[in-house]
Design a protein around this ligand. Sequence first.
Ligand code: C5P
Length: 231
Amino acid sequence: MKRDVIIACDFQTQEELLSFLDLFHEEKPFVKIGMEAFYGSGPEIVRQVKSRGHRIFLDLKLHDIPNTVYRSMLRLAELGVDMINVHAAGTVEMMKAAKKALDEKGSKAILLAVTQLTSTSEDVMHQELWIDHSMEDTVAHYAENAKAAGCDGVVCSPLEVQVVNKACGDGFYTVTPGIRFADDAKGDQKRVTTPAKAKELGSSFIVVGRSITGAADPVEAYRRACREFAE
Ligand code: C5P
């Protein structure tokens, strides 16, 4: 499995997103399109980015009743993205419904399940969400559920890659946000690591947003992430 860096292109408008991608002349980064860009610009933004030859992770984190997720996934599958996701908290039945829709459309997209958001601390998980288990046990259990449902991997913190690999085996993808360079601010992320540390911990893909999109020189920041993580 080849490690790769995915840029979280969280921009309000299609123009901003496309002009950001215009900065890249030599590389064709793997691009994550999330709720902000998708809700602002609709499916057209996915078609635009795809037509420029980028691989796309469509990060909409579906979480609803199985039938709604199934029917929504049928429509999203038509966009021909490379990676897509749901929330593991939506249950095994819901994840299976997502997988069924992708299969029926002949989609080869990597289906991921979000375990616990990297902005959630263990304290909040206990006190607010009333999940009594440790963060590691919860993530491992959600990953097992995802695998049982037919997902190809999970979104988790790099700090949890090892427990996921132990629970689900090495071939199961771990896509890890919560990445910051050693000299960056954390922002709202709680469980963060550097690209180099994510490599050491065994992430399959890192998702890097503001550390690249907010850098003075985004292309150089992307290259730095690739050097630290993918080489
Ligand atoms: O800017 P930053 O590097 O924090 O961006 C991280 C990206 O990864 C955001 O688009 C966020 O929605 C996404 N993400 C996350 N934690 C998860 C799943 C997705 O931060 N568990």
